[in-house]
Structures are given as structure tokens and as C-alpha cells.
Design a protein around this ligand. Structure first.
Ligand code: C5P
Length: 223
């Protein structure tokens, strides 16, 4: 437990889930609690790394051994990532980022009296932060993405993850199953880590701290 095998490393971890504003009092969000990202940040710091936790609406306390930057929306997360990425050798994108945001943020609260029986919102695609990180990476940087997929079939999830890592171009992709009773918010998790070739290089089951350790072993082994 005393191994300090990440001394000298600067690691950026995004955690939680973005909230996309609809009006001053409402948002579109997701059920990511931030537990896995926070466990990664905490364990990386305990293993000696200098860690920045980029926290998007996390439901768990922040560890006291990491630098914390708080954001809420995907656009804020993108801006913070662009600013912080260059001074980190490893970027772990555990946050669940909304793929779309409401096209127009209403300046006042939407009132039910102002619409009929239906309300239509239009959405705009958010920037893919992970892809942008890969496109602007500094030499030697290790970039890890996450893929939370709902497919029940293991082989189907793996195929989706293989296509995803090729599309994103990151070094590793952490695949986990999410759904009504898997993944987000839970204490226990099960992941597979794929490399850019699509090979499974690590598998882990257990609480989010032990899974964090297994993911960090992959990150560490690369250098
Ligand atoms: O495409 P998908 O959302 O499944 O990809 C998940 C990975 O990409 C996660 O690492 C997530 O943090 C990242 N992502 C991103 N920007 C987005 C959407 C996802 O960085 N707009």
C-alpha cells in the first residue's frame, strides 16, 4: 500500500457529469456521480502523482490531496481542459459529458403557461473534448477515455468500444457497463481497458478504488 510509483507524474482527471442549462433554474444532466473519477484522482495522488481533479457536479466529497477545479457544463469543461491539459502528462477523461446542449438558453424560467401541452427544445452538438485533447496533445502525453455503454451483450459492448477508441484516437479506453442498475452511482464496478489496437490490456472488478488502481497500473506501465 505504500508504493509511490507515480511520483513525478502530473495527472488531470475529469469526473462527474455535465449539466447543460435550459433556463436559469433547469438543466439537462446525467446520472454520473463522479465516484470513479474521484477514486482515480485520490489513488493517483496517494501513489505520488500531482493531481488536478476537474469536477463536474460530483456527488461525493473531494479528496484533500488533489487540486480541484469545478465546472458545470460541457463548454466550461472544454475550456478548463484546454487550459489545464498542456501541463499534465496524463489526462483521464472519466466525466460523462453531454453530447448535446439546448441551443437557446432561456434568460427567464420557462413557464408552463407559455406553451401548450408540449414543449419542444432543440439541441446543438457539444464539442468532443476527448477528441480535441488528442488533436492538441503535447508529445508524450497519455490520454485515457471512458465508454459507458448500455448494451447487455459483452461482445457487443466490446465492438462498440473498439470502434470508439479508433474514432477518438486516445491511448486507452475504459469500457464499463451502465444502465438502470449498473455503473453510475454504484459502489461496485467492472471495467475492461482497451488499447488503440482494440486489445483488452486490463480487466478489473470490484469497488471503484481497486478499479482505479488497475486503471492507474495501465497508465503507469506506459512509460
Ligand atoms: O462518445 P462518448 O460520449 O461515448 O465518449 C466517452 C468519452 O469521451 C469519455 O471519456 C468522455 O469524457 C469523452 N467525451 C468528451 N466530450 C464529449 C463527449 C464525450 O470528451 N462531448
Amino acid at each position: 500500500e505504500l508504493e509511490r510509483d507515480l511520483v513525478g507524474r502530473d495527472i488531470l482527471v475529469t469526473a462527474g457529469g455535465t449539466r447543460e442549462p435550459i433556463d436559469p433554474v433547469r438543466f439537462l444532466g446525467n446520472r454520473s456521480s463522479g465516484k470513479q473519477g474521484v477514486a482515480l484522482a485520490q489513488r493517483a495522488a496517494e501513489r505520488g502523482a500531482d493531481v488536478t481533479l476537474l469536477a463536474a457536479n460530483i456527488e461525493v466529497p473531494v479528496p484533500d490531496n488533489v487540486h480541484v477545479v469545478r465546472v458545470s457544463s460541457a463548454e466550461q469543461l472544454a475550456a478548463a481542459c484546454a487550459e489545464l491539459a498542456p501541463r499534465h502528462d496524463t489526462i483521464i477523461m472519466a466525466a460523462a459529458v453531454a453530447d448535446f446542449r439546448p441551443e437557446h438558453v432561456q434568460t427567464g424560467k420557462i413557464k408552463k403557461e407559455s406553451t401548450g401541452e408540449e414543449l419542444t427544445l432543440t439541441f446543438k452538438k457539444n464539442p468532443d473534448i476527448l477528441r480535441n485533447m488528442v488533436a492538441t496533445r503535447v508529445p508524450g502525453q497519455t490520454i485515457v477515455g471512458f465508454a459507458a455503454e448500455t448494451e447487455e451483450d459483452d461482445a457487443a459492448r466490446l465492438e462498440i468500444a473498439r470502434a470508439k477508441i479508433k474514432r477518438k484516437g486516445c491511448d486507452y479506453l475504459v469500457l464499463n457497463r451502465v444502465g438502470w442498475d449498473h455503473g453510475f452511482g454504484r459502489e461496485e464496478t467492472e471495467v475492461q481497458v482497451l488499447n488503440l489496437e482494440g486489445d483488452v490490456v486490463q480487466e478489473a472488478v470490484g469497488d471503484k478504488t481497486s478499479v482505479a488502481n488497475a486503471i492507474l497500473d495501465v497508465v503507469r506501465a506506459r512509460d
